[in-house]
Ligand binder design. Structure first.
Ligand SMILES: *Cc1c(COP(=O)(O)O)cnc(C)c1O
Length: 395
């Protein structure tokens, strides 16, 4: 690169990524092919509109790229073009969710998602997000004791508020989600069901986590988490006489966005093809196995795991343990000093502040991409325990 300042910073970041143990549950390492597509000349092209219906000339190749990305997305999740439509243009997960609400929920209509401190995402109606300003949030949470989804509570809130949309699929929830139950509750109160599978899409693709497609009206996902693609998002919608997909396409463009990022869409297509291989299936299963081993080992070492374990790629550790341990911020700082990168996280029933909560969230997608297996997880658990114990009052 001619720009030495940026070149140096990029290479420093590359080195940092290589040197740390990356346990951030929402990160991953993409292939060289994904990077190549992202860094290609496609970034020069304007293509407002959709394939075959663009506002600029010169679209003969980029139309094919967008169509290929769509085709591969449907194929990966075993969806037929007759029943499902996919929009591959959202720039990232948050704008994808906002586009869906814009399309399907009236201004000030009710959105019922999991609260942030119980594991929901900001875009599921939190007050600091645009989704909590333009729409009315009626949040649900997990059961106080078991820390798993409390369907009696979900049903009660749904019956009381009759939301326009129920959102399932979370950011910091380690367990399987019973999508069928969500469907039944949505039907009983006349709500649409959106599943945001941003975190576990790669596990669904690899057959290591339940698929939401049988039950949801709309499924959104980021591509850059377990799915191991570029930063981007997809919106799947069921095709039927409600024509939700038409409204969603209009909400993405021209509703929220201008020209799509074609370099990103090409990289998405590459990642979707990579995810549709036996090697990726193996990867997805290993991600979950690694998380389970890490969770068990930490438990053996005396740490409290929220909900008692995990069925996915992520674990929530209660590091605070009612004052016996260290706060989430302290834990994250201590671990960073030991070369382990995690993020601090609230735990259900949080008693501290979001800036310095009671726990950390750890995930295995990135390290599994780097080839780590069960035995490595045993070692990582010991490293975590050693780093935190120095400071913790826990015996
Ligand atoms: C990460 C995430 C998003 C948002 O993705 P961005 O690309 O960061 O905007 C939305 N929903 C859920 C559940 C997520 O985990």
């Amino acid at each position: 690169m001619k720009d030495k300042e940026i070149e140096k910073l990029i290479s420093s970041e590359k080195k940092r990524q290589k040197e740390v143990i990356n346990l951030i549950a929402s990160e991953n390492y993409v292939s060289d092919d994904v990077l190549k597509a992202l860094g290609s000349e496609l970034t020069n092209k304007y293509a407002e509109g959709y394939p075959g219906k663009r506002y600029y000339g010169g679209q003969k190749f980029v139309d094919k790229i967008e169509e290929l990305a769509q085709k591969r997305a449907l194929k990966l999740f075993k969806l037929s073009v007759k029943n499902w439509h996919v929009n591959v243009q959202p720039l990232s997960g948050s704008p994808a969710n906002v586009a869906v609400y814009t399309a399907l929920v009236q201004k000030e209509g009710k959105i019922m998602g999991m609260s942030l401190d119980n594991g929901g995402h900001l875009t599921h109606g939190h007050k600091v997000s645009i989704t909590g300003k333009f729409w009315v949030s009626v949040p649900y949470g997990v059961h106080q004791e078991t820390e798993v989804l409390d369907f009696d509570q979900v049903r009660k809130i749904a019956e009381e508020h009759k939301p326009a949309m129920i959102v399932a699929g979370f950011t910091a929830y380690p367990r399987r989600i019973d999508f069928k139950k969500f469907r039944e509750i949505a039907d009983a109160c006349g709500a649409l069901l959106m599943v945001d599978m941003s975190h576990f899409a790669g596990l669904v693709a690899g057959g290591a986590y339940p698929s939401p497609f049988e039950y949801a009206d709309v499924v959104t996902t980021t591509v850059h988490k377990t799915l191991r693609g570029p930063r981007s998002a997809l919106i799947f919608s069921r095709i039927d006489n409600r024509e939700l997909y038409k409204k969603i396409d209009k909400a993405v463009f021209p509703g929220m966005q201008g020209g799509p990022h074609l370099n990103q869409i090409a990289a998405v297509a590459v990642a979707l093809k990579e995810a549709n291989t036996p090697a990726f299936k193996k990867y997805a299963r290993q991600v979950v196995r690694n998380a389970q081993v890490l969770s068990n080992e930490l438990q053996k070492l005396g740490w409290r795991i929220v909900s008692g374990g995990t069925d996915s790629h992520l674990i929530l550790v209660d590091t605070w343990m009612n004052g016996l341990g260290v706060s989430g911020k302290e834990a994250s700082d201590l671990l960073e000093k030991a070369g382990i990168i995690v993020n601090k996280n609230t735990i259900p029933g949080e008693t501290r502040s979001p800036m310095d909560p009671s726990g950390i969230r750890i995930g295995t997608p990135a390290e599994t991409t780097r080839g780590k297996k069960e035995k490595d997880m045993v070692k990582i658990a010991e490293m975590i325990d050693k780093a935190l114990k120095k400071k913790s009052k826990k015996k």
